[in-house]
Write a protein that binds this ligand. Structure first.
Ligand SMILES: NC(=O)c1ccc[n+]([C@@H]2O[C@H](COP(=O)([O-])OP(=O)(O)OC[C@H]3O[C@@H](n4cnc5c(N)ncnc54)[C@H](OP(=O)(O)O)[C@@H]3O)[C@@H](O)[C@H]2O)c1
Length: 253
């Protein structure tokens, strides 16, 4: 078996694991935030947890692209790198220091996030720089790249804006949960997750690659079950919760 074939086989196994994880997360919500459980063990402050958990994502994919030589990288790969840095620049360098979480992050969540971001970063970094076959798109004016970038940027804006609505709910310093309102919260309980999903679906389209698809599927495997759990929690907790609001896909789910 060649290295390319071995890489593709591992990637397919990684993709196959995503639905299995989704099934587990549909039964047991990952224990952080409102679904935190004392049984989840030792914790770290939420901001530190987010920073350390997402740091491998900020470092690994860009390092692998740069190590392959940005001078020889295609324009489309450089654009994917720019979008990646936009998202993870915020997630690692800004988000952790602004987050107003009501509870610390279990160490087990932080460590599993580090492991996920490490594996995902290696698959993307190696896969998009040539392992597993040549990259599908070189030019930045390809319709898939343009459409994917537009979807990504729309999702990024939605994610940022929706996270900032949640932050403002605790601006007065009072912990606890309120019903978020306005903007995309009129349609779904978790527009921040919808934004994140759009980002990685758009990025996958722009990359037109198996590693890009794998990341989009893993994001859905994580965030759709969590959005459903949040939605059920809102309905249980607030008797006057808006009836028409869906969990994550407006009008659908
Ligand atoms: N790519 C991925 O697979 C992935 C996975 C997970 C998260 N993320 C992203 O990471 C970000 C944070 O995720 P998350 O799971 O922590 O999101 P979340 O559950 O929506 O919480 C985000 C922040 O807002 C607070 N919050 C949520 N609902 C609130 C309410 N009704 N009233 C007051 N405060 C509220 C939370 O506090 P508490 O902590 O006290 O609940 C937390 O600090 C999101 O942008 C998400 O898209 C991405």
């Amino acid at each position: 078996m060649s290295i390319d074939e071995g890489f593709r086989l591992m990637l397919l196994a990684w993709i196959g694991l995503a639905p299995a994880i989704a099934l587990v997360l549909l039964r047991i919500a990952a224990p952080y935030g409102r679904h935190n459980a004392k049984s989840a063990g030792p914790t770290v402050p939420a901001g530190i947890g987010w920073f350390l958990m997402e740091l491998p994502a900020l470092l690994i994919f860009p390092t692998l692209v740069i190590a392959m030589g940005t001078a020889s990288a295609s324009p489309s790969l450089l654009m994917l790198l720019a979008l990646w840095l936009l998202h993870y620049g915020n997630r690692v360098l800004v988000y952790p220091w602004r987050v107003k979480s009501g509870s610390p992050m279990p160490l087990v969540i932080m460590l599993s996030g580090i492991a996920f971001n490490g594996i995902n970063g290696v698959f993307l970094g190696l896969g998009l720089t040539g392992l597993g076959g040549p990259s599908a798109i070189e030019s930045i004016v390809d319709i898939r790249v343009v459409l994917g970038a537009i979807i990504f940027l729309g999702g990024f804006a939605l994610n940022l804006q929706s996270d900032s609505v949640l932050r403002r709910l605790r601006m007065d310093g009072r912990p606890g949960y309120r019903v978020p309102t306005g903007w995309a919260y009129r349609f779904v309980s978790c527009p921040n997750y919808l934004g994140e999903l759009l980002e990685w679906v758009g990025w996958a389209i722009a990359s037109w690659s198996l590693p890009g698809l794998a990341f989009a599927l893993w994001t859905a495997a994580n965030l759709v079950p969590r959005a459903l759990a949040h939605h059920r929690w809102y309905l249980r907790t607030f008797p006057d919760y808006p009836a028409g609001r869906k969990a994550v896909l407006p009008g659908l789910l």
